[in-house]
Design a protein around this ligand. Structure first.
Ligand code: GCW
Length: 717
């Protein structure tokens, strides 16, 4: 072989090897080598005893084999009986013998249907490790958790874990269209290849299910909430069934979005009125048809009477009528309706932030028991920072599920490194005070505050068919972190970052510590360079790419950034206090008081709740104008600091991912500077003040920034 050809071949092989690393997500199963642990692990894992033979148990067995092979270079013998010691036993409760069941009696009492036990036990004086749960999927969760112990280089001595998910529905919402475009998707096209389904099962479907199972996600809504009724036709249901057949083995239920006008569009009815008998019958039949194909179908997610989507109000009915009609259709089969509370009207000029609460809160207690209302984390729309949505805690008789956005519509697409679990945690920890101090959003969501049977967390997926799934290698951490928080909404985001880095890159502390710091700081950085001090919704129109605080010409007032920042000669910010729209009154009295009073309102939310003069003194003594300018600059500086830290990561990880992140950080830096310059130049027109010392001069004029157009920016539905 000529040396040139050899070099070329070598390049190809090494390229594909690192591309695979990107693809493998947090399931890298890197060789364990940097501690004394390999010996301990190998000692503890002489054989694998597999009890049960379902497809799911086989998947669990294969996963263990793969993990042991890749991480420890061992292939323990697979057995079906309990001979010898130092075995790893896997199997669900019903497959265990009475001796083991007795041994684990109190452990089984501690877990729910989906929970697992990982425990070092002694049977007939022989040491064993057991992974079990009440069903096979729970065992699979346990297996992934056990493998994570090895991945993160923790000891396997004296294991004693009993862990259960705190929410029932842990679900991804894909805003995927049938033509494979993804609304607000920045990682390529949709994974679902409808054209080739049902006969062609892409390996990606399996890998997707495996990745989700590894973090406990148990549901997926395949289609966009801006729905197309065609998905409910037999032609498409056959394809959905094929996906459900793959996902089921990994404990993942399939859900679809229901377009409210489907009875007209595909059912040839004249109306979609939820009180019309023909319409009611049509949905009942449709549900029966779906459940015949997919007996464990999860149910429907519905966006109704929101942003142009049809709904019950088209017929003079309300959200309760619509949701309950669909709930009746799926109830006989155990299905659930997730009804979205993301509503705002163009006819209400007062305050968009108040509308979902105003409309939904009075419906408390009126929904059927298989309806769960899905509420976005904040009252506007997935901004870099929003105070928690006032509906949380305010509907004691209605199950509410959280809707987070994993895809970074307003946080730099898949170009910016932003670790979202930090944002998620901030929301989950927020105290609603609805039942006194300690009534956190997490407690509303997991059913501790009000005992609701249904609980859940949804995340708008950031997944597409890009080689690395999520566009940015670090956006994988947001998928991972979402899953971990859906399982346990009380987890600390720092713990999640630590786990993810170890599983994805390396266990070397010299790598972990600084890079974890980048992740933890990244959320505050994006707030600083986009929307500091409570600013919100000042992005450009339609695609939402880049700054557009000057936009004021859109047909609906509440689509204009000027509606939100209200900058004028006197100051800036949206007065939602008593002197303004009184949106603060939608919170419990303690929270209302906190936000309402300029003195006590957290500065991070200042301009969300108050219109403040440019000379207002911030807590650090700076005027608002200077403080705001310095915050913008701080955001830019933070990205620069992230770049410097990342440079030092080169020697710890593979070239490909290192360079990808390096290039992306460079773009992030440029875009942070763009946000900073454009916003400060624009707001300066109102403040009439100089930029304070420490803030770099803008690189372009305001007119230049205003002239930028991006007709093909991705994700624009
Ligand atoms: O944030 C807005 C998005 C829309 C989205 C809508 C929603 C799916 O810009 O693209 O539509 O929210 O959540 O329904």
């Amino acid at each position: 072989m000529s040396s040139l050809r050899f070099v070329f071949l070598f390049l190809l092989i090494s390229l594909s090897a690192s591309a695979q690393k990107d693809y493998k997500l947090w399931l890298q199963y890197n060789a364990v080598k940097n501690t004394a642990l390999p010996a301990e692990y190998k000692n503890n894992l002489k054989g694998i005893v597999v009890l049960g033979n379902s497809e799911t148990i086989k998947i669990a067995e294969k996963e263990l084999q793969k993990g042991f092979q890749d991480m420890l270079d061992i292939s323990p013998e697979i057995k079906s009986d309990l001979k010898g010691e130092n075995n790893l036993i896997i199997g669900s409760k019903s497959a265990l013998n009475s001796e083991i069941k007795n041994e684990l009696k109190s452990d089984f009492d501690k877990i729910n249907e989906e929970g697992f036990i990982i425990k070092s036990i002694s049977l007939k004086s022989k040491k064993q490790i057991i992974i079990t749960g009440k069903n096979d999927v729970a065992v699979l969760y346990g297996v992934f958790n056990f493998l994570r112990i090895l991945q993160t280089n923790k000891s396997t001595q004296n294991l004693n874990i009993a862990d259960s998910p705190k929410t029932n529905i842990r679900i991804l919402n894909h805003w995927d269209n049938l033509d494979r475009t993804v609304e607000r998707g920045y990682a390529g096209f949709s994974l679902w290849n409808w054209q080739k389904l049902p006969d062609f099962i892409d390996q990606r479907y399996i890998d997707y299910a495996r990745a989700n199972a590894s973090i406990g996600i148990n549901g997926t809504v395949l289609t966009n909430v801006n729905a197309n009724a065609l998905i409910l036709t037999p032609q498409y249901l056959e394809k959905v069934e094929a996906l459900a057949n793959v996902f089921r083995l990994y404990g993942i239920k399939v859900y679809l979005t229901a377009r409210f006008s489907a009875p007209i569009e595909i059912g040839k009815l004249k109306t979609a009125d939820p009180k019309d008998v023909e319409v009611i019958k049509w949905w009942k039949n449709k549900a029966a048809e779906i459940y015949k194909r997919i007996p464990d179908f999860g149910g429907f997610l519905v966006k109704a009477n929101s942003e142009g989507q049809p709904g019950p109000q088209n017929y003079g009915r309300d959200h309760v009528d619509g949701a309950n009609m669909l709930a009746d259709a799926v109830a006989p089969f155990g299905g659930v309706i997730m009804w979205r509370a993301f509503v705002y009207s163009e006819h209400d000029a007062n305050d968009r932030a108040k509308q979902a609460y105003a409309e939904f809160q009075p419906y408390d207690g009126k929904f059927k028991e298989n309806v769960i209302v899905q509420v976005k984390n904040g009252a506007i729309d997935f901004q870099p920072r929003e105070p928690f949505h006032p509906l949380f805690g305010a509907m004691p008789k209605t199950p509410l599920m959280m809707e987070f956005q994993i895809t970074q519509e307003y946080l730099g697409f898949s170009t910016h490194l932003v670790f979202l679990p930090k944002l998620f945690q901030e929301v989950l920890e927020s105290d609603t005070y609805q039942k006194g101090k300690g009534s956190t959003v997490a407690k509303v969501i997991d059913g501790t505050l009000y005992p609701n049977k249904l609980t859940g967390i949804a995340g708008v997926a950031n997944i597409g068919n890009d080689l690395n799934w999520t566009g940015h290698p670090f956006a994988q951490a947001n998928w991972y972190g979402f899953g971990r928080l859906a399982w346990n909404p009380y987890l600390d985001s720092e713990t999640i970052a630590d786990e993810w880095l170890r599983c994805t890159f390396s266990n070397d502390d010299n790598f972990i510590q600084p890079v974890k710091n980048i992740m933890i700081e990244s959320r505050e950085a994006v707030v600083n360079y986009m929307t500091p001090l409570g600013l919100h919704h000042i992005m450009d129109t339609g695609h939402h790419y880049g700054p557009g605080p000057w936009v004021s010409n859109l047909s609906r007032p509440e689509w204009n950034p000027t509606y939100y920042h209200k900058a004028d000669k006197n100051g800036i910010g949206f007065d939602r206090s008593k002197t303004g729209t009184n949106a603060t009154a939608q919170y419990a009295p303690e929270v209302e008081k906190l936000f309402d009073n300029l003195e006590t309102c957290p500065e991070k939310d200042l301009l969300w709740f108050h219109h403040v003069s440019w000379d207002y003194k911030l807590k650090n003594g700076e005027t608002l104008w200077n403080g705001m300018a310095l915050k913008y600059q701080e955001g830019v500086n933070q990205v620069e600091a992230m770049q410097n830290v990342w440079k030092k990561a080169e020697k710890y990880i593979d070239n490909e991912r290192f360079h990808e992140v390096e290039m992306l950080l460079e773009i992030q830096y440029k875009e942070a500077k763009w946000w900073c310059d454009a916003c400060l130049l624009y707001f300066q027109q109102f403040s009439g003040k100089e930029l304070p010392a420490g803030v770099e001069k803008p690189t372009q004029t305001l007119d230049y920034f205003k002239s930028l157009k991006f007709p093909f920016a991705p994700g624009n539905g």
